[in-house]
Structures are given as structure tokens and as C-alpha cells.
Ligand binder design. Sequence first.
Ligand SMILES: [Zn+2]
Ligand SMILES: [Zn+2]
Length: 125
Amino acid sequence: MKTPDKIMRYRKKHPDYTLKQLARRYKVSVPYVWKTLKDQYINPTSFKFAYPNYCKICSFEINNRSKLICSKECRDKYYYMDILCDVCLTPIKILKSKYWWKVGHGQRRFYHNRRCYYLGRQEKL
Ligand SMILES: [Zn+2]
Ligand SMILES: [Zn+2]
């Protein structure tokens, strides 16, 4: 039996096998497996894990093409940053976009609550 036929048969028995796994099993390249399936009118992208992605933060493999970030923790790191309260140095978690927006609008000092806000204002005066 030719390799493409073997791949086809195997793929039918194991529909959730990835291109990478098939390639490894038959010692061929991923594009080769892809082409084989395409030639047989099987949509290669119907593979669940056909094209792994890598987390933008920790480089962990993500088995979902549309996801950029692997976990909630990484998502937090991606979107949030830690700054310190100007008065008491309490860490403040802030959306990066919000932070840069505020800095862009002239804000230089950040406070973790109202009390520190008032203290900080008094100090300034
Ligand atoms: Zn991650
Ligand atoms: Zn504070």
C-alpha cells in the first residue's frame, strides 16, 4: 500500500489525528500530509489541531488557530500591567490600553483608591 493510501486509511479511523501526528507516524512532512488529504478532497483544516499556535506570552502551544493567548493568567499579562500607587506603593493592576490612554492625556500619577488620591493631591499642592 502506498503511503498516501495508508495516511488516508489511518485518518479515517482516527479523525482527530493531527497533521503533525500523521506526518510523524509515516515519516513524511506536514505539507505532504496536507497535500495528500487535499488531493482526496478531505478538508485538511477540519483537523482539530492542524495548525498549532503559540501563546504570545509564554510560547505554550495552543491547539486553536484563532487564539493568541493560552490561559487566563497569560491573558492578564497580555492586557494588564502592574503599576504602583503614587502614595502608598500598593500595586495596581491596570489595563495597558487604559494606562497609556491616561498617560497620553497628561496623567502622571496613579492612586489605588480615593484616600490615596486625596493624599496625593494634597502633597502636590
Ligand atoms: Zn501562555
Ligand atoms: Zn495607595
